[in-house]
Design a protein around this ligand. Structure first.
Ligand SMILES: [Zn+2]
Length: 98
């Protein structure tokens, strides 16, 4: 490995939030795209995470996570109202009713 070379682990630390992980010291994988990403050059990694395929999959995953969180919050709120014996249809606030 050349003196200034970067390991797959170092790229993993930098791009973990983008869905990248090192399967070993010399392999960087994309969890979203299920593909191997060349980690030696930062520009190459950036090009991958900003690419159409990766961003499209990442947006879909984030959208699904937001919907799941919304459903969990709704279930929690509904449970709280139910435990308090408050009927949702009787609430005056239409945002809460909806
Ligand atoms: Zn990707």
């Amino acid at each position: 490995m050349p003196k200034n070379a970067v390991s797959a682990g170092q790229r993993t630390e930098e791009f973990r939030s983008e869905g990248l992980y090192g399967s070993d010291a010399f392999t960087l994988m994309c969890n979203h795209c299920s593909c191997k990403v060349s980690y030696e050059r930062r520009d190459t990694v950036l090009k991958h995470v900003k690419g159409e395929k990766h961003t499209s999959i990442a947006e879909s995953i984030n959208s699904a996570k937001r919907k799941k969180a919304d459903i969990e919050h709704l279930e929690l709120r509904t449970e709280v109202f139910s435990k308090a014996n408050i009927h949702l249809e009787k609430l005056e606030n239409t945002d809460i009713q909806n």
